[in-house]
Structures are given as C-alpha cells and as structure tokens.
Design a protein around this ligand. Structure first.
Ligand code: FES
Ligand code: FES
Length: 210
C-alpha cells in the first residue's frame, strides 16, 4: 500500500464521518416530539347520520369528511382534493349540500347528515342513483357519490325557487334548464368527463326536458 492510498482512505473515512454527522444533525432538528393522544384537544359531538344517532369523541380538528370516513367508516363519501375544489366530498347537512372537507365535525352538533349510503340501498336505489346507472353517468365512479348528493340538492333548490348565477328572472322562480343544472353542478368535478350523461340523468329525475 502506498502513502497515496493511505491518504485517500483517510480522506474517505473523514468524509463519511462528516456526512453521517450531518444526517444525524438534520434528523435531530426535524424530529417531532411524540404527543400523547390523550393530550390532543378533543370534544364530544353528536350527529344524526343517515337517521342514526352517532356519538363521537374527536380531535377538534377533524373535518366532517374524516369523521364520516375514518370514524364512522362511511367511505361512500370521497376525498378528492380535501380543499373544497372538487365536490367529491359533498353530503347534505340539514337538507343543504356542503363540502364536508371544508367543515369541522364539531361545528355540527345535533345536525342531520345524509351521505350517499343514506340516499338508497342496492336493493332500493334512490331515483337519482338509478338514473345515473341508466344514463351511464360515471366511468371510474370516484366523483359519483358527490355528484348524486349534489344532484338531489340541485333539484330541491330549483323546486324551492332558489336562484343561481344564471337564473335570468329572480322574481319569483328558477325553472329547470340545462344551464341551471350545469351552473349548479359546477362545483362537482368529473375527471372522466361524464358530464353530458350526468345531465341526462338529472333531467330524467327532474321529470322535465332540459
Ligand atoms: Fe372536498 Fe374535494 S374533497 S371538495
Ligand atoms: Fe370518474 Fe367522475 S366518473 S371522476
């Protein structure tokens, strides 16, 4: 072994040691203290979900979406973006649709929540579920529970004369039209692009022609 070989080896050892020390320092800097579960802020909340009373003790930061999916195992409601941008998490609360990813469960004490599991059963589908199947209103199906919950709410909104951005005459009513449906369903994104078939399904259930 030459003197040069010994020098290279010594440098290699020093470099390896320095790198290891740097990694350990970074790990120490970013290591999070382990917080005992019992010390997390929690609260009791009672919901009526699909007609059943549910009493939960939740981390107060739990969204309604996570309470439904992770705590009540109602996985029909989907998490798409978790940022209020896709509509996959749409459920009805006290008869009005909301994005369940944008609201905390503890804000809904005593509220009545309806998810896709509460609209119909495989044996007895809700008319909107049946119409989506008949008109092929989905491909992958990931957005479909949110689409159906929204579609049911849209027909109720039109029936209740609640105007939308495209309603021409605010006095006194909103009437069914393809434009009304498109506008009101615009918060429900379908990456598969099943929009025209979704419109057909909603139109059939409305009993009118768009
Ligand atoms: Fe709630 Fe996308 S998951 S809007
Ligand atoms: Fe695939 Fe809508 S059916 S995203």
């Amino acid at each position: 072994m030459t003197k040069h070989d010994i020098e290279v080896t010594r440098r290699g050892v020093l470099a390896t040691g320095a790198a290891t020390a740097a990694v350990l320092a970074v790990q120490a800097a970013y290591a999070q203290p382990i917080v005992p579960l019992a010390s997390l802020p929690s609260a009791k909340v009672s919901l009526v979900v699909n007609g059943h009373n549910e009493d939960l003790t939740l981390d107060t930061r739990t969204t309604l979406l996570d309470a439904l999916r992770e705590h009540l195992h109602l996985t029909g409601t989907k998490k798409g973006c978790d940022h209020g941008q896709c509509g996959a998490c749409t459920v009805m609360v006290n008869g009005r649709r909301i994005n369940s990813c944008l609201t905390l469960a503890v804000m809904h004490q005593g509220d009545k929540v309806t998810t896709i599991e509460g609209l119909g059963t495989p044996e007895q589908l809700h008319p909107m579920q049946a119409a989506f199947i008949k008109h092929d209103g989905y491909q992958c199906g990931y957005c479909t529970p949110g689409q159906i919950c929204s579609a049911v709410a849209v027909l109720a909104e039109i029936k209740a004369d609640i105007p939308s951005h495209v309603t021409g005459d605010l006095l006194p009513h909103a009437s069914f039209s393809a434009d009304e449906v498109r506008e009101r369903m615009s918060g429900n994104i379908c990456r598969c692009g099943a929009y025209s078939n979704i419109l057909d399904a909603i139109t059939e259930v409305s009993g009118e022609t768009a």
